[in-house]
Design a protein around this ligand. Structure first.
Ligand SMILES: NC(=O)c1ccc[n+]([C@@H]2O[C@H](COP(=O)([O-])OP(=O)(O)OC[C@H]3O[C@@H](n4cnc5c(N)ncnc54)[C@H](O)[C@@H]3O)[C@@H](O)[C@H]2O)c1
Length: 257
């Protein structure tokens, strides 16, 4: 068993149709897992599944909304039907750029519901299935903004902090089931949400350089930084790591100024 061997398991990737979730799905399949790409965006999920099978991997899709209980259950049922559910990645998220006094009720609810309640619903159905499979590993994508905050991200920062404690809760409650639960906390990464948001800026390359210059390691994160760590956490090589929040931020969250 190597740090990247996922051959004996099914991995459910909630939010696996885009960005870091898609990259993780591709990497988990390359490591031998059957991957279930669960997402609200059906065509994009199918594209990721097709890419995996084209590369010789094994993948199916489960289309639905993680914030709807029956959809979350159907995602988990689809994964269980494919084999022993031993891995769950929670990557689904949305953001809004508003300060606490600007954030509307609707925006608050949208962000907190997808980023926290969706994780709760997926975990609620997945944890018993994982226990029945003899245990496994959950990885949720938090954020640097779940540990330190940034102006204009009130709902997102609050949601990522809540997601972090939800995962710690699940980690201690299911340690006896041989289930590990960890949070990977990236800073701005050359993928998904950050790339789309920065593309809207008047000078996308300039904005990315400015963000990178503020990172102690002077670069943005890369999708393969995230997939390498996540595959390790999904594998048995990380068998004593649980309840952890692992920054993936070039040193950003460690720095005072
Ligand atoms: N990209 C970054 O720079 C970055 C930095 C820090 C943290 N993160 C975190 O990493 C994770 C992945 O980010 P990303 O940039 O890949 O995002 P992304 O927007 O590219 O992908 C998110 C996926 O979640 C899906 N999704 C959204 N709402 C859903 C719902 N209700 N039901 C089912 N699926 C839903 C979307 O369709 C999409 O496929 C997120 O949790 C994000 O907060 C990303």
């Amino acid at each position: 068993m190597t740090t990247t061997d996922l051959r004996d398991r099914v991995v459910l990737v909630a939010g696996g149709a885009s960005g870091l979730g898609a990259a993780t799905a591709v990497q988990a399949a390359a490591a031998g897992a059957h991957v279930v790409i669960a997402d609200i965006d059906g065509p994009a999920a199918t594209r990721v599944a097709d890419e995996i099978t084209h590369r010789g991997g094994s993948a199916t899709t489960a289309i639905g909304d993680v914030t709807v209980d029956r959809d979350a259950r159907a995602m988990v049922d689809a994964a269980r039907a494919a084999g022993p559910l031993k891995g769950v990645v929670y990557s689904a998220a949305v953001e809004t750029r508003q300060s606490a006094h600007e954030c509307s009720n609707d925006d608050w609810d949208r962000v907190v519901t997808v980023n926290v309640k969706g994780a709760f619903l997926v975990l609620r159905h997945a944890l018993p299935a994982m226990a029945a499979a003899g245990g496994g590993s959950v990885v949720a994508f938090g954020s640097t903004l779940g540990m330190i905050v940034s102006p204009k991200y009130a709902a997102y920062c609050a949601s990522k902090a809540a997601l972090t404690n939800l995962c710690k809760q699940a980690a201690i409650e299911h340690a006896g089931d041989n289930i590990r639960v960890n949070v990977v906390a990236p800073s701005a990464t050359e993928a998904g949400l950050f790339m789309r948001v920065s593309e809207e800026a008047p000078d996308p390359a300039g904005l990315r350089q400015m963000v990178a210059a503020n990172i102690p390691m002077r670069r943005l994160g890369r999708a393969d930084d995230v997939t390498a760590l996540t595959t390790f956490l999904l594998s048995d090589a990380s068998s004593y790591i649980s309840g952890a929040v692992i920054p993936l931020d070039g040193g950003l969250a460690a720095r005072r100024v």
